[in-house]
Design a protein around this ligand. Sequence first.
Ligand SMILES: Cc1ncc(COP(=O)(O)O)c(C=O)c1O
Length: 442
Amino acid sequence: MVKLNSVTKGIKGTVLAKVEYFNPGNSMKDRMALKMIEDAEKSGQLKPGGTIIEGTSGNTGMGLALVAIAKGYKCIFTLSDKQSQEKIDVLRAMGAEVIVCPTNVTPDDPRSYYSVAKKLNEEIPNSIYPNQYDNLSNSQAHYETTGPEIWEQTEGKVTHYVAGVGTGGSMCGTAKFLKEKNPNLITVGVDSYGSVFKKYKETGIFDENEIYPYLTEGIGEDILPKNVDFDLIDLFIKVTDKDAAVMTRRLAREEGLFVGWSCGSAVYGALEYAREHLNEEDVMVVILPDHGTRYLGKIYNDTWMKNHGYLGNANFANARDIINKRNGASKLETIDKEATIGEAIAKFNALGVSQLPVVDKDQFVGSVTDSKILNLLIESPELKHSAVKEVMDAPFQFVGLDNTVDVLSSLMNKHNKALLVRDEKNEVHIITQQDLLMAISR
Ligand SMILES: Cc1ncc(COP(=O)(O)O)c(C=O)c1O
């Protein structure tokens, strides 16, 4: 446990980092890897000489590879292609077979790293698929080790626990233990923009429309893993890729903690909460999952940081710049799915817009454009009285606040005439082709 002294300036109370790179595999995942394998041995699922197959962003793979070496198992890991090359190289160095799968496919797509791992498990005899997402040995490992360590190391003074949430194991296992010891303890889960957790916690809605690609590795999900127990997480805070990357570099330079990207997310989220809510006597513990070596080619590389618009005064306009330029003048206009096409046309005319998101209460369920409606009406004028829901297209895609104009342009196409972005205050804004043209020509 290391006290943060510099990035915490101006914050009341004590903020302690539980630095997990001291584990032999340089990440907290060693804890749950050992537990998942020992539980599989106890239940008879895993027999001597067996093969461990797992979908992993790298750290769980490292933990499993170490356990496999010690106990004589073979390992095959599936990874998504957004993972850093360093993580892939390390797993291969530890004797594992690594299969790289595409990121931008749904979890049930046969090419996804979840599906490939499951299929291999079905085909290879004497193999197990621990499935860190739904295997409760994962959170149990943190209930048995991380929680008690934090309790002892703070001498029972911990009042807040903050963790990035991926599978949910390190948040929920630890939270369960600490809340049993101190029912008033507050837990803050850190989520990524583009992930489903925060909205699900706040509304109970699993909103597929808000899933979009982001870069931070390890936290946020497009599924609801069984290890995430939402009752144990008091609130979620979302952190952008850029804010996380910049904070991670500050942790290295100002605190001497050479940690991974999701550590920046966790600390950024922790400080956002602490600034408003922490009192002098409070003790907040933030878990820092892994080591910086795995990100040398990304957030610790200045060229990479500049190319992503994350460093210095780089002149990369992003979604945030586009909506800020409007100075709050843009209330999002929508149309209800039950409205008639005639009403949609009236709205296009009155507002002078060419597209509208279609809503069902506060859910984005579709989209309509004036050109499509015009074409439909030329063919069948009687459609004027039909409901918008009968003719609408898929909802506009959500993007992140720090997605650059390049990324936004590549997402805007004939199927996606506009994009949606949620700001820090949870308000949704639209970005149109016109907005992009102005941003590019500026
Ligand atoms: C670097 C990193 N940070 C955070 C997490 C999230 O931890 P958990 O899966 O316990 O929720 C992971 C999990 O893969 C990770 O690899």
